[in-house]
Design a protein around this ligand. Structure first.
Ligand code: URA
Length: 232
């Protein structure tokens, strides 16, 4: 793909805007040579106005979502895109979240502009384990682990039982829950179904990728090896 179209797709502006940037010699390689439309280039070598180019097409980002932010513009709250370079929202295709976290849930959220990969990661067939850390309003009852693991728990208003999920108590009011599917407000509704209430919820990992030391509100691009390790 030619440079102007490539950068326009990455959200650097309309083709006219980008043509201007390119014509002014503001797109360079790391060795300082200017890149013109029609030249060959390597994404990782590109500097725009002296700054490395945004993540390449097909990139996967990990965001440590804070509470108070939502994943969809259909909801009325601050959007997760406030935490990312604004160009990512102007991309074609858009850098979309992989599944969702609700407004009051923090933790690991993946984003990608690769629609097929997004679909593969969210497909129930992927059986991708997601680990949540929940704080509970009341002490954990002894039978809850077995109920979650049974594969028969029916959430309010649903007709298909939940897949078996595993529960690991940390203490009486703190648990790790591993899910293999992602239904609306699933963890909160699971605890509501057993008479408890989730006070705080954080997604700690997805398919073996842990939040690690990624600070709240920060994001990073995953390496190819990390992306490959996400999918079985
Ligand atoms: N379960 C919830 O209740 N909320 C989320 O955001 C994810 C899982």
């Amino acid at each position: 793909m030619k440079l102007v179209k490539y950068l326009a797709n990455l959200g650097y502006g309309t083709r006219r805007d980008v043509t201007e940037i390119v014509d002014h010699g503001l797109v360079t390689r790391r060795d300082g040579s200017i890149v013109r439309d029609g030249d060959t280039f390597e994404h990782s070598d590109l500097l725009i106005n002296g700054t490395p180019c945004d993540p390449s097409p097909g990139a996967v980002l990990a965001l440590h979502k804070p509470t108070g932010f939502v994943c969809s513009a259909k909801e009325t709250s601050r959007l997760i895109y406030e935490l990312l370079p604004s160009r990512l929202l102007a991309r074609s295709p858009i850098m979309a979240p992989v599944g969702r976290l609700d407004r009051d849930t923090s933790g690991l959220l993946l984003l990608t502009d690769d629609g097929k990969l997004n679909h593969r990661l969210t497909s129930p067939r992927a059986h991708l384990p997601k680990v949540y850390v929940a704080e509970l309003a009341s002490d954990l009852r002894g039978d809850v682990g077995a109920i979650f693991a049974s594969g028969t728990l029916l959430l309010n208003g649903e007709t298909v039982p939940l897949r078996a999920a595993s529960l690991e108590p940390v203490d009486r009011r703190r648990v790790h829950v591993t899910l293999y599917e992602g239904r609306y407000h699933q963890v909160r509704r699971m605890f509501a179904a057993v008479g408890n209430h989730v006070v705080s919820l954080r997604r700690q990992s997805i398919g073996g990728l842990d939040l690690g030391d990624l600070e709240v509100g920060r994001w990073r691009e995953l390496s190819l090896a990390e992306v490959a390790a996400l999918l079985p």
